[in-house]
Design a protein around this ligand. Sequence first.
Ligand code: SAM
Ligand code: DTB
Ligand code: SF4
Length: 332
Amino acid sequence: MTLINKKISNQASNEVRHDWTIDEVRNLLEKPLIELLWEAQKIHRRSNPGYVVQLASLLSVKTGGCTEDCAYCPQSIHSSSDLSEQSTLEISNVLQQAQEAKSAGADRFCMGWAWREIQEGEHFETMLEMIRGVKSLGLEACVTAGMVTEKQASRLAEAGLTAYNHNLDTSPEKYGEIITTRTYQERLETLHRIRAAGINICCGGIIGMGESTTDRASLLQVLASLNPHPESVPINSLVAVEGTLLEKVNPIDPLEVVRMVATARILMPRSKIRLSAGRKQLGREAQILCLQAGANSIFYGEKLLTTGNPDIEEDQKLLSLAGVKIKANFIE
Ligand code: SAM
Ligand code: DTB
Ligand code: SF4
């Protein structure tokens, strides 16, 4: 048995490792697809018996006008996409949309603010009120709003926040080509503060931005080195929005997404691997392979933050065709 095979067979017994090397991860990403799928599936079946999938709905509470220069993002003031800053949604509107998402079957409600970092004062108090409201509906509450201080993290925890989404987006090596207004280290520090406050981490990245397989391996290696692993790992594929710096990047092969999901499952056996942005371009077959090889959550509802997502009926059909179970939202 080679060293890698031995390590994979340890994984099948649910040993959780934090010491993967970039070479090991790249070897997984480059395995013959059919073998990669089999390795991932053995782990997926064991750690997620019944193929239960969580539906998470997204809402952009504060859209556009962000000062960061993320090359993929239509909400950045540095992009020339159409989105200029829009007014922030009110609490009643957000909670109504959370209730609608719950009625449609969602178990988690994620709210986004296009900020570099959380803004203090009235805005933050409103965010806390929204979190309390979403939790009182019996939904998991997730927020993504940029960097946070220690004090803000503890107030988010007090309000009952389930998870904070803060993505590393790409490898440390590629990062400077995608974002120049904040560092990888700052992202990691926010993740640390969130974790220290007792909030679950939702952290993943984007593929299809012109990165190499080594970059993908390097991103996954950083994620898998976090201890504990992020509870949730969104795998986004680039939605190439007009006006962003990446608008002309060629779409990736859907099987690359499958490889990324399967590898993430092997590295982080107990995490929720979320098949995130870009599903509209994926096709049914690739999505089903993802569900088979490791994905146990999707974003659900016609809109992500500013771009489209498959419609609810289409997703219900897809999940039933695949034969997975939907994680129930119990509280009436
Ligand atoms: N401003 C906050 C931040 O950056 O953490 C929260 C909002 S931001 C829109 C959340 C995540 O959405 C980003 O980290 C990125 O991974 C993802 N994202 C944004 N635009 C995307 C696009 N065009 N395609 C795929 N993923 C995208
Ligand atoms: C994540 O990793 N993907 C979601 C969620 N976390 C916040 C956002 C995807 C955004 C796609 C582009 C848009 O709709 O603006
Ligand atoms: Fe701002 Fe987040 Fe978009 Fe970057 S990804 S420009 S931080 S909203």
